[in-house]
Write a protein that binds this ligand. Structure first.
Ligand code: FAD
Length: 315
């Protein structure tokens, strides 16, 4: 597919989904995917969610620290999608919370399931951390995770005594930030680190969501100037509610262009916001296709109706 991306005139449609909250069934995942299957996605990404820590009140005023995972099931969902829809599913794999050995074991599980694609990420700090802290014996940056996956692709496992070990065949995606990662001192430094991930063996880049295409075009130019030659897939998220207008910039460290906020400010209901957000995403997508983007990747965040509307208007 990556080779196809380098030359295609017909851009691919793909989307990302979140595992459902713990306690929900796989049917809730299918209910979100089914409407989008009509738009023939080339692949589906499934996010990974780390544990969170909560404090439960116990006897005599003691507090007990408890680890909970609200959205488990990333790998199981990928296997279920591949089995049911016969399309590629790409689990996100993060450094946070994993030792290198646990990462290796997770990769072995993926390999046995026939899941040959991963999006390799560092992960964010958990809510109780002021900055990201790798697990003791874990990968510190996404580039370290990429290197570990590449080692496995060469049949090199952590146990050096293994002989004739099965080489895996992972294709590796990594993340890129047109408006820079929030911790990076500047875009140039961030792109230098992105190049390290590509040099380590990553095959393509998927970007953080953005609303100003010019920022994406400038980012691609800067990546190319820095020697990054792999496909760069833009990430698109339609604004669907009043809450998104403040939540998305804050959570993802991105700006909304004035033309967009001028329109959003006229809205008084979520329905009106959704109309503006959908139209913006359609125009954004059309412009990205005209620019030559090989694939457009949509963030559903658990809602497929709007993404379907956009995909039908664009592909
Ligand atoms: P890295 O590439 O490791 O970069 C992190 C920061 O460190 C950057 O500022 C970079 O410039 C800097 N840096 C990198 N290498 C070095 C180095 N050698 N020395 C010094 N500085 C360095 N999070 C999840 O928890 N689950 C998900 O499923 C998930 N999916 C995502 C999907 C996409 C498409 C994107 C864009 C993000 C996703 N995230 C996810 C969020 C991501 O984990 C965070 O943005 C995280 O803070 C950074 O991850 P990264 O892989 O970009 O990190």
């Amino acid at each position: 597919m990556i080779e196809q991306l380098k030359t295609t005139k017909n851009p691919l449609f793909s989307f990302e989904l979140l595992p459902p909250l713990k306690g929900k069934s796989i049917q809730s995942v299918y209910d979100g995917i089914d409407p989008l299957m009509e738009c023939k996605p080339a692949f589906v990404n499934v996010t990974y969610h780390r544990e969170e820590f909560v404090y439960k009140k116990r006897e005599k005023g003691f507090l007990e620290k408890i680890s909970i995972k609200k959205r488990p099931g990333t790998v199981g969902i990928c296997a279920a999608i591949m089995n049911k829809y016969k399309i590629e599913a790409i689990p996100h794999l993060i450094c946070g919370g994993f030792t290198k050995e646990e990462t290796e074991n997770a990769l072995i599980d993926l390999n046995f399931l026939g899941i040959d694609n991963v999006l390799a990420l560092r992960g964010d700090p958990i809510k109780t951390e002021s900055h990201f802290a790798a697990e003791k014996g874990g990968n510190e940056y996404a580039v370290d995770l990429v290197k570990q996956i590449v080692e496995l692709n060469h049949g090199k496992y952590m146990d050096e005594n293994l002989v004739n070990a099965n080489p895996t065949n992972f294709s590796i995606g990594v993340s890129g930030y047109p408006e820079k990662h929030f911790e990076a001192p500047n875009l140039k430094a961030d792109i230098r680190h992105l190049k390290e991930k590509i040099d380590a063996g990553a095959d393509y880049v998927v970007t953080q969501l953005f609303y100003d295409n010019q920022k994406f075009f400038d980012f691609v130019d800067a990546c190319r100037a820095a020697g990054i030659e792999v496909p760069i897939v833009p990430g698109i998220k339609p604004i669907e509610s009043m809450r998104h207008i403040t939540f998305l910039p804050k959570f993802f460290n991105i700006d909304l262009p004035c033309d967009l906020t001028d329109e959003l400010e006229k809205c008084t209901t979520n329905d009106q916001v959704r109309v503006v957000g959908t139209e913006w995403a359609i125009q954004q997508s059309k412009e990205l296709i005209a620019y030559g983007s090989p694939c457009l990747h949509y963030y559903t965040m658990g809602k497929s109706t709007t993404v379907k509307e956009i995909a039908q208007a664009v592909f």
